[in-house]
Design a protein around this ligand. Structure first.
Ligand code: SF4
Ligand code: SF4
Length: 177
């Protein structure tokens, strides 16, 4: 069975994403690499959510815990419109690199189930990272499965975060509350 490396940012989106790719005939491993998640304690909560899902769904979760928000800010900056595309590119670049190194057949991301993410950037940056590392990027618009993923997350008792990840997204989430 071909092996997929699935980038995972936390538990909820990965639930139905894992189901989807398994239905498509892929064996998979997860990969947690998210230096965009601030602050550090929130990073830990999302990591625990991803680990809980991996245990419940019986897949291996690879973890890059070299958490360095300073490097993330240097790579992504605080620019307005380009910020999310750059952040997505940064995470998919690392996923492509690891997927190629460990001998996977393809890579993808749980971001593709979220209606709050930039899907053009996911498809474009994933394909570009795949080209650079000689590995196929699988993009499928999984947004129709988003509600199902929230239901699964509740059933499994997974941690559900309230903002995308970076400190700017936390501010955007709560500034008008
Ligand atoms: S897109 Fe958001 S909710 Fe979905 S896995 Fe990533 S951090 Fe979690
Ligand atoms: S809002 Fe989310 S995708 Fe955009 S830069 Fe922040 S963490 Fe990354």
């Amino acid at each position: 069975m071909p092996l997929l490396l699935l980038h995972i940012c936390c538990g909820p989106c990965a639930t139905s994403t894992v189901d989807h790719w398994r239905r498509e005939g892929w064996d998979l491993e997860g990969f947690f690499f998210n230096p965009n998640v601030h602050p550090y304690l929130e990073f830990g909560r999302r990591l625990q959510g991803a680990e809980a899902l991996a245990a419940a769904e019986a897949f291996r979760l690879r973890e890059d815990l070299s958490y360095d928000p300073a490097a993330w800010f240097q790579a992504v900056g605080v620019k307005g419109e380009g910020r999310c595309a750059c952040c997505i590119a940064c995470r998919l670049e690392m996923t492509a690199q690891v997927a190629a190194e460990v001998g996977c057949d393809a890579f993808s991301t749980s971001l593709a189930i979220s209606p709050y993410q930039d899907h053009q950037a996911i498809a474009r940056e994933g394909a570009a990272a795949g080209d650079r590392h000689g590995i196929r990027f699988l993009y499928h618009d999984l947004r129709p499965l988003f509600r199902d993923s929230r239901r699964r997350a509740r059933e499994l008792g997974l941690y559900r975060q309230q903002y995308c990840g970076c400190i700017l997204s936390e501010w955007e989430r709560y500034r008008d509350a």
